[in-house]
Design a protein around this ligand. Structure first.
Ligand code: PGA
Length: 255
């Protein structure tokens, strides 16, 4: 049985002060049982402060993005080692907002994945189709390409910690989540594709998260699906009560 992973993606929300308030509250109230892994991805500016509060707790910290080079003249960018030293153990790679708003490609995603693995950060690789792609029956083709190109030259032994997040673009921030059946169908395809690209055993052990309008009232049915191993939560993770409820409801599915 895989330990479910619930990751909060704050996007461009919360100052350091707001982060500290949230961090103390969630750390003090998070049950200490370790049947679910919890990670929070704050903006870069709050990452070090958040990691300081979570130090010694079971809650992890993630970067929302990284640059593929270790250092250099890349104004506005942050490297894997910078994230690591600031306290991150994970990093989100290829989020659809990075792909669609900032022009990231499958190739840049692949370079970032290499950088994350080299720095021993757990990569959370995001894939997902747009509404137009779903409506023209291209969902599996698009996701298959994102996985294949994203994982170029990555060996199964390098990918042991890999986490994949299926985030249909049409479900992100829209309040319109994929149905549990839609999520399960794509997650099963992702697992099958991972087995072809990497290996059977890696695919069966890989956690595939669902993301896109996950809320306290839909997380349970989504995460009881066979191939759904947790959630990547945007809007509903910004509020402590709502995020704690999502974590609790993800935990209940493991028994
Ligand atoms: P959402 O965002 O939960 O607000 O839809 C999810 C994400 O983009 O990771």
């Amino acid at each position: 049985m895989k330990t479910p992973l619930v990751a909060a993606n704050w996007k461009m929300h919360k100052t350091v002060r707001e982060t500290l308030r949230y961090a103390h509250s969630i750390r003090d109230r998070m049950p200490t049982v370790n049947d679910v892994e919890v990670v929070v991805a704050p903006p870069f500016t709050a990452l070090h402060a958040l990691a300081g509060v979570f130090a010694g707790s079971a809650i992890g910290v993630a970067g929302q993005n990284l640059h593929s080079e270790p250092h250099g003249a890349f104004t506005g960018e942050v490297s894997a080692n910078m994230l690591k030293e600031a306290g991150a153990g994970y990093v989100i790679i290829g989020h659809s907002e990075r792909r669609h708003l900032f022009g990231e490609t499958n190739e840049t995603t692949n370079a970032k994945l290499h950088a994350a693995i080299k720095a021993e950060l757990v990569p959370i690789l995001c894939v997902g189709e747009t509404l137009a792609e779903r409506e023209s029956n291209e969902t599996f083709t698009v996701i298959s390409r994102q996985l294949e190109s994203g994982l170029v030259d990555i060996s199964p032994s390098q990918a042991t910690a890999l986490v994949v997040a299926y985030e249909p673009v049409w479900a992100i921030g829209t309040g319109q989540n994929a149905t549990p059946e839609q999520a399960q169908e794509v997650h099963a395809q992702i697992r099958k594709r991972l087995a072809q690209i990497l290996s059977e055993s890696l695919a069966s052990g890989c956690r595939i998260l669902y993301g896109g309008s996950v809320k306290p009232n839909n997380v349970h049915t989504l995460s009881t699906q066979l191939d759904v191993d947790g959630a990547l939560v945007g809007g509903a993770s910004l509020d402590v009560e709502s995020f704690l409820e999502i974590v609790a409801k993800s935990r209940a599915t493991t028994v």
